[in-house]
Design a protein around this ligand. Structure first.
Ligand code: UD1
Length: 493
């Protein structure tokens, strides 16, 4: 452990020495833990990130600056799953990669879900389905089912195809997430194929870039945004074992392709073979899924171009004028809504480190509780008093040489859980509605009839994306219920 003097000198040089303001009053154990925290914090990097973020923000809002304009995504830049022949070819390519054990999944579950108003990790949320399964359970069961489908379609023995699931948590979500998985026996997956890892944190700063203290003996920190994913794939999985990281685990398992997604979308096609096959056939390093944006005010980022590079303009950063612009056909000009489903090659994930320092963090101005340096009292502000710095997961797009975009159907792939019950949009009720509507759609596509008012919840273990329902053809379902097997489905006729 470095000495108090050397830490003090480093923080003085960085103009952040106020973090030692209460040093004389701290107990020995508080002193030790503060020194440890300050030692592990790369304060020079924090200063660099802050300066870059505020400079970029000032430039972006300067009308005289010669920034490249943000342009809508050209139609030619994306392909669509509505092209049935292409989609079935992509599916075959992707499923073959799954069957060879070349596909892994990264889940971003480090967010705190403050808009939802629940303190538990979002993936534990019960959206009120008949089965009361959580979002995590749905995702786990889709992985199980996909493994089975790949085994069946590619003649593999049962239990031999594995899609490892890397679950990114953060300080606020790790413990509860791991406990939830354990409590539910990893939803039937083998614990050795569910790998938890944790994103990093950054100090919360005053508007002038000074580090806030949370208590007299600790710095206030917050997760570094879902773009912390990349650095987290290089960090040790456990503090005691520095040799094992997500990247090393991917390499050890010979995983070549990765699907990354957000925890809050109940319709997410985890390790989607169509998307994986699309990325492979485009020879993309990185690819993104989009859906048509529903309205100018929908809280989604949009895929766009800037200076000839792909980019996402976040909903908090797009101007009202841009968001509302329509083309002559009446469609929104910026309509390629980002649903945070990414394809990566594992090689590309390794390369991110080379350009990460060039990326600019985003500033979120927030109410940050902190210790008043003059009085030592805890202050709970009522309006934004400082900033959290976040990297967004799509900030790598402009640095990607081979990028591809796939448009998918909203009704089949996107219904996010963002807001508290009763909000009327992107809330538990809309998630439940959209998932059950999808199950009805699966049955209808299989040639069955579902009577009006009948609600059937199809377990993902029965069907991943509508496949395997041939036995329902010609049947009329007149009872509501849960179908965890084809026999249980038959009982609902
Ligand atoms: C996100 C996208 C937005 C997209 C929308 C679609 C980002 C930055 N924005 O917005 O472009 O249109 O979803 O639903 O991705 N997370 C972490 N660590 C963090 C913060 C978040 O893992 O530090 C995870 C969350 O657990 C969640 C995901 O990232 O799974 C998205 O976070 P959220 O804050 O809900 O993003 P949105 O603002 O809704």
């Amino acid at each position: 452990m470095p000495s108090f003097e050397s830490i003090k000198a480093r923080y003085e040089a960085a103009d952040q020495v106020h973090v030692l303001q209460f040093w004389p009053q701290l107990s020995d154990s508080e002193k030790a833990s503060l020194l440890e925290q300050l030692d592990s914090l790369d304060i020079e990097r924090v200063n660099r990130i802050y300066r870059k973020a505020v400079t970029a923000e000032a430039e972006a809002s300067n009308p005289n600056a010669t920034n490249d304009p943000v342009e809508p995504l050209p139609k030619s830049a994306l392909e669509s799953v509505t092209h049935v022949e292409l989609a079935s070819n992509w599916r075959r390519i992707g499923l073959e990669a799954v069957s060879k054990g070349q596909v892994g999944v990264l889940l971003m579950a480090g967010g705190q879900g403050s808009r939802l108003g629940s303190s538990a990790p979002k993936g534990c949320y019960d959206i009120g389905l008949p089965s009361h399964k959580s979002l995590f359970q749905y995702q786990a069961e889709r992985i199980s089912r996909l493994q089975t489908v790949a085994e069946q379609e590619f003649g593999k023995n049962a239990g031999t195809v594995i899609v490892p699931w890397y679950v990114m948590t953060s300080g606020p979500t790790r413990r509860d997430t791991e406990a939830f998985f354990k409590e539910h026996n990893y939803f039937g997956l083998s614990p050795k194929n569910v790998i938890f890892f944790e994103q990093g944190t950054l100090p919360c700063l005053t508007m002038e870039g000074k580090v806030f203290l949370e208590t007299p003996g600790s710095v206030a920190v917050a997760p570094d945004g879902n773009g912390g994913l990349y650095a987290a794939t290089r960090s040790p999985l456990k503090s005691g074992d520095k040799s094992r990281t997500v990247l090393s685990d991917l390499a050890q398992r010979n995983i070549i392709y990765v699907h990354a997604y957000c925890v809050d979308n109940c319709l997410v096609r985890v390790a989607d073979p169509v998307f994986i096959g699309y990325g492979i056939s485009k020879q993309a390093d990185c690819a993104a899924k989009v859906v048509p944006k529903a309205s100018p005010t929908e809280s989604v980022g949009v895929l766009a171009c800037k200076g000839g590079r792909f980019n996402v303009v976040e909903y908090s950063e797009i101007s009202k004028e841009q968001a509302e612009r329509r083309d002559p056909a009446g469609e929104l000009v910026f309509r390629a809504a980002n649903i945070v489903n990414h394809f990566y090659t594992t090689n590309y994930l390794k390369l991110v480190q080379d350009f990460e320092e060039q990326m600019t963090f985003h500033i979120a101005r927030k109410k940050i509780p902190h210790v008043d340096l003059a009085t030592g009292q805890i202050v709970k502000p009522t309006k934004p008093n400082g900033m959290k710095l976040e990297m967004f997961v799509f900030d790598v797009f402009p640095y990607t040489e081979r990028f591809a975009v796939l448009e998918v159907q909203r009704s089949q792939e996107f219904s996010p859980l963002k807001n508290a019950p009763g909000t009327g949009s992107d809330d538990p009720e809309t998630s439940r509605r959209d998932l059950l509507a999808q199950h009805k759609h699966f049955l209808t596509m299989a040639g069955a009839t579902v009577k009006a008012g009948v609600e059937i919840e199809l377990s993902p273990l029965v069907s991943y994306a509508g496949e395997g329902l041939e036995s329902a053809k010609g049947k009329t379902f007149s009872k509501s219920g849960i179908a965890s097997s084809l026999e249980e489905l038959d009982a609902l006729v």
